[in-house]
Design a protein around this ligand. Structure first.
Ligand SMILES: [Zn+2]
Length: 224
């Protein structure tokens, strides 16, 4: 009998528990369930062809493990994602997808944004004021405001204007502190300085406005 059972569990698509009405105790929560794939993940090596822990316990353990792995490897994972998203095919695909999504869900997005604003009005306004204040506090009087406006206005598609030394880290709102980073890189850099973010990663992604803006203004070379 054991031989037959082990033979069947090894090759049967469903666990033997379905046919024999076997039950199995979860090795973690100790609850008893039918030894079927409804309650246990399949495992040819396990008794009755299913795992020792029930599905719920297994999935919970997995989630804990993934969470821990993410916490311990956050930068590695994010950097890998960023690099992956940087490939030209990937960028094009995403741009097409985003465009279609915005078009298909215009009304939904509008409502969601309005609702989010309504629910978070105070925080949003406070943050905006804080950022504006910080920005103007940290704009030196020798900054070239017209040039900075152009830098923002002519930011390439998919890019954000980045403060190389973030305002939050005491950087200046001055043209010499501005550069372009791909939007997702800028978001992941956040309030980190270039050193904190990673010099190499930064230089791979950065575009300098000095290379983008073509013009005639002499202040370019001075501020570069
Ligand atoms: Zn369990």
């Amino acid at each position: 009998m054991t031989l037959i059972v082990s033979f069947i569990t090894r090759f049967e698509v469903f666990s033997i528990g379905y046919i024999m009405n076997y039950t199995k105790q979860c090795s973690i929560c100790q609850e008893v369930f039918p030894a079927t794939t409804e309650f246990f993940h399949k495992d040819n090596r396990g008794k009755y062809g299913v795992k020792a822990r029930c599905k719920e316990c297994h999935n919970r353990k997995n989630r804990q493990h993934n969470k821990l792995y993410y916490q311990q490897n956050r930068n590695k994972i994010l950097n890998r994602q960023i690099l992956h998203n940087q490939s030209p095919e990937r960028k094009l695909k995403k741009a097409e997808y985003d465009k279609k999504y915005r078009k298909d869900n215009a009304e939904h997005i509008k409502q969601r944004t309005a609702k989010y604003y309504q629910n978070n009005k105070a925080v949003i306004t406070a943050n905006l004021v804080k950022r504006k204040t910080r920005r103007s506090d940290q704009t030196p009087n020798y900054a070239n405001v017209d040039l900075m406006n152009r830098i923002y206005k002519e930011c390439p598609d998919g890019y954000h204007v980045d403060h190389m030394t973030p305002l939050a880290a005491g950087g200046l709102h001055h043209e010499s502190n501005l550069c372009y980073l791909p939007a997702e890189v800028n978001l992941s850099k956040g309030t980190k300085t270039i050193d904190e973010f990673g010099q190499e990663q930064f230089s791979q992604q950065v575009i300098y406005w000095q290379d983008v803006l073509t013009c005639c203004d002499n202040s370019f070379t001075e501020s570069a």
